[in-house]
Design a protein around this ligand. Structure first.
Ligand code: 3PY
Length: 248
């Protein structure tokens, strides 16, 4: 069965609640497409107004982060049940900004994958190599290690519903994009890895996005590749260009 395309915006730490509601209205008609899952992953403070603003549209809302406990003394954190109750469907984890700036490691990311599934959220699990690893030629080993750790104890049925985002760190916020062939090489490698860790049916079902400076001018070529099922979009998700990517 053909995999359904998924285009998700990662708003990062941008958009006040009132700016967020304005952006949703501006993008409403531009992102209409019944053949694509469209997701806005937004800052925690924007979740409630954005869930309200997308009502009646084809857009789902995602979170950019959460903590693995349900409640308690975890100052500053939000939980999976809170996200679900607010109407969130997806949650990003393993983004290089959280790994590098906030020190999140694969043990925590693995716990987040399991917790998200248990709570009924779909994880968007990010992986990707630094420029040094790309230059050293060891990027596939690195990604294999990340994914193997992050999915430890996760079932095949869960992985069939997982979204994996391949985001080379050297292409994040730099304006550099992996070429479509470079992105396809790694996305195909990830699919083979899922076949090795699970089975062929799971590998066929899992959706793999490319992320890292995907924009309106490079999206069509990236999305034409057989193992790239969508995109996780940074800066371009905050502009009308996002509609062009959804419809690329
Ligand atoms: C980017 O495109 O910069 C991203 O980090 C998307 O997650």
């Amino acid at each position: 069965m053909a995999r359904r395309r998924i285009i998700a915006g990662n708003w990062k730490m941008n958009m006040t609640p009132s700016e967020a509601v304005k952006l949703v209205a501006e993008l409403k008609d531009l992102v209409k497409n019944d053949d694509v899952d469209v997701v806005y992953c937004v800052p925690a403070i924007d979740i409630v107004p954005v869930v309200e603003a997308v009502k009646g549209t084809n857009v789902n809302v995602g979170a950019e982060n959460f903590y693995i406990e349900d409640k308690g003394a975890f100052t500053g954190e939000i939980s999976a049940p809170m996200l679900v109750d607010a109407g969130v469907k997806y949650v990003i984890m393993g983004h290089s900004e959280r790994r590098d700036i906030f020190g999140e490691n694969d043990i925590l990311i693995n716990a987040k994958v399991k917790k998200a599934f248990a709570a009924g959220l779909t994880p968007i699990l990010c992986c990707g190599e630094s420029l040094a690893l790309r230059k050293a030629g060891t990027y596939k080993e690195w990604i294999e290690r990340q994914i193997t750790w992050d999915l430890s104890g996760v079932t095949a049925d869960q992985v069939k519903n997982l979204v994996i985002a391949y985001e080379p760190i050297w292409a994040i916020g730099t304006g550099e994009t992996a070429t479509a062939d470079q992105a396809e090489e790694v996305c195909a490698f990830i699919r083979e890895l899922i076949a090795k860790l699970y089975d062929g049916a799971t590998a066929e079902a899992v959706r793999i996005q490319y992320g890292g400076s995907m924009n309106a001018s490079n999206a069509a070529e990236l999305l034409s590749k057989p193992n790239i099922d969508g995109g996780l979009i940074g800066g371009a998700s905050l502009k009308p260009d996002f509609g062009k990517i959804v419809n690329a």
